[in-house]
Design a protein around this ligand. Sequence first.
Ligand SMILES: C[S@@+](CC[C@H](N)C(=O)[O-])C[C@H]1O[C@@H](n2cnc3c(N)ncnc32)[C@H](O)[C@@H]1O
Length: 461
Amino acid sequence: MPYICVHCGGPLDPSGEALACHACSRAYPAQGGVPVLLPYPDRHIDATRKALLAERMALALDQMRANAPGARHERLRAAFTARIANIEAASAPFFRAYRGTATADPAAADFVARARTGWSIARLIPYFIADWGDCGSAASVTRIIADEALHSADRQAALVIGAGAGKLVTELAGSFAVVTGIDLSLPAMLWAQDLLHGGDAELRPEHGGQRGDGNAICIGGSDRGPGNAGFAVADAGNLPFADGSQSLVVTQYLLDIAVDPAGIAGEVHRVLAPGGVWVNVGLPFRLPGDSAGADRWSEEDMHAFAGLHGFELDHAEARVLPHLDLSAFDPAWNGEVHRVVLFRARKAGPAQRSRLHRSALHRAAVPHLRSDAKIEIEETREIGAQGATFKIRLGKSGRAMMSEADSCRLVEALVAAIDGTRCVDEILAATSGIAAPSEALIVLEELLVTGQIELGDQRTA
Ligand SMILES: C[S@@+](CC[C@H](N)C(=O)[O-])C[C@H]1O[C@@H](n2cnc3c(N)ncnc32)[C@H](O)[C@@H]1O
């Protein structure tokens, strides 16, 4: 599948194991054959590695705490041991493929990459079991979506956004010439690709042997999957695909967790060919401007939602489906079901808004803060503990990102320097005592793409 640059929209060409943009000369490395198509891929890979190591470390500490004698501790110890083994199995494809350049000291703009590492692998393990362990629930959702996908008149290219464990990607490969699954989680994409290529993994029940036999379950391990399916790391809000390049786009359990479902709708519209089909299955969702008490957008609102974003609704309904039915693996599964919105829409009208490229932030551009900008810094000090932890939140519904004190100082200095008269170059000069201009530029770009700043007239020399 041809990709485009997520900085400037230029076409990407192979360059050794990486992809390179001829327009702006940025490079996008691949890890284990999975391209990382995010604005700062090396930082992303580094942030992913650190998150995985931190996850393992936290579990090891929990396990040590459970080392006291007693029956309850015995069960906890067994659960932690199983969980650690599962995380190791799940992250093995990542560590096998890892070719990053680890950085010891966090840089001031690292929090931007940290915000986009996707779901943790621990959180995704049940999705892998459901997808690759032949459980009934995933198979039924996959079937529903695969049937809806057949309404696509053109069967050239299909895209699954937020692909998670990725089984749907392999299912659609029978109906489309090429299928790509994208997700923010690099470990998930590498594991999905490994399973697709016939790899397998042994996972252990984490409920202290409630399964009875305590035996491990083996997932994957079937024949090599279809050659027209593949995975990449990318952001739903900044898709690395050319306008009109896809026949079908699927979002499954994504809109309810997304920071900006309207932004995703805009990107789906952009990459779909005219008449192309968008299939969504997932929980009702909220849009960034919605008040906290507002009803979530549900099946009866999908006509309006589709119309707002340049789609014509073919079909919308509510379905009640089991949520991650792992009963075949774990009898402790709680039998939870949930009510989801299924819709199928067709690209029919003009886009509601066009995508902003990071490259718009050139040196002579004059940014100003939007009147509805929301930039928050949270500092937490625990009594008795040394130091503090910091979180930065950009945008009304933006996620709070763990950061360093340096990052907070940089954000504060940037906000003070953006006065509607200074151009980018002058803002970078004004904040150079706090952080290197290259770091400040990354944060400025993030302010732009999260809608905190707008660009006024460019300065003429
Ligand atoms: C609830 S899981 C669903 C996984 C899969 N679609 C399924 O239903 O089995 C959500 C997935 O979306 C990914 N995700 C979250 N935000 C994303 C974004 N902005 N772009 C791409 N993937 C994203 C997460 O990493 C996670 O794998």
